[in-house]
Design a protein. Structure first.
Length: 286
């Protein structure tokens, strides 16, 4: 709610009661009937959705200054996702009635909340598109680029994504497997785009990361634009087909070729001629 005017922000904070959560505690449970809205005063939470097969899918991250649960507060419907604290988190909990009354009394605040909800919907749509096309490296680059825009903190090595993320979390956000995350991170490290720490990623070159995120299929970067990044490896050309072998000549056919000559019928091999001065026939003995 950083975009709220100072007086609106103070009013909103004053409406809520303070509730703190430890790491792993559930703020909101999917399907629950509660309709309160929670303003995150400090900390970080993850938003999960349940899949039909019973698995949980990481949908988003929320940090201080952001609202969670505002959809149920606005429409009165059950919770659409589960929210879990991944750091010690302090919230201001507002009842649905107090939240809606606040928005009615402050049109400017209502507009800010409306833009916030619209931004989340746009982000969800963009995430669905980004996580369903491109190679694993491209998908992960898009995910990291989105995270660094919202949750980055400047450190000596670059921009650190200041939320705890495991490989499984990155895989869920990017829509790829854990093994693909490891391979994609190796590729991004080799390109000089990122460095990895325990449960964290540092973006060393945001320009390289965004260039990779914009590719339709990584590796596919232009060497001239991104020095040091390997050129794309295109599909292998098809092997030329070998010409069919000529059939071997049969015995009934004359042999042909550069060393062959016309063959003529030959009779029995003649006996060698006798040396000069010698009779070719043996003397008769009586």
């Amino acid at each position: 709610m950083a975009n709220l005017a100072a007086d609106d922000r103070e009013t909103l904070i004053g409406l809520g009661r303070v509730v703190s959560y430890g790491v792993g505690e559930v703020l909101i449970r999917e399907g629950g009937p509660e309709t309160t809205a929670l303003l995150i005063a400090s900390g970080c939470v993850k938003v999960f959705g349940g899949a039909e097969d019973g698995a949980t899918v990481l949908l988003a991250l929320r940090v201080h200054g952001e609202l969670v649960g505002e959809i149920s507060a606005l429409d009165g419907q059950p919770r659409s996702a589960t929210v879990v604290a991944v750091r010690p988190t302090v919230t201001r909990i507002l009842t649905a009635a107090a939240f809606r009354s606040f928005l009615r009394e402050s049109p400017t605040a209502a507009e800010v909340v409306q833009r916030s909800v619209a931004g989340k919907l746009r982000g969800a749509t963009r995430h669905r598109i980004d996580s369903s096309s491109g190679t694993a490296t491209v998908r992960l680059a898009r995910t990291l680029d989105n995270l660094v825009r919202s949750y980055a903190r400047t450190v000596p090595e670059g921009l650190r994504i200041d939320v705890p993320l495991s490989h499984a979390d990155l895989a869920a956000l990017a829509g790829i497997s854990d093994a693909s995350v490891q391979r994609a991170l190796r590729s991004l490290r080799a390109a000089g785009a990122v460095a990895t720490k325990y449960r964290g990623v540092i973006v060393r070159e945001a320009g390289i990361l965004r260039a990779i995120a914009g590719q339709s299929g990584w590796p596919a970067a232009d060497e001239g634009l991104l020095p040091g990044i390997p050129a794309p490896r295109g599909p292998r050309p098809p092997r030329p087909k070998r010409p069919p072998l000529e059939p071997r000549p049969t015995r009934a056919e004359p042999a042909t070729g550069p060393y062959s000559a016309s063959l003529t019928a030959q009779g029995p091999t003649p006996a060698p001629a006798a040396p000069p001065g010698e009779d070719a026939t043996l003397p008769r003995t009586g």
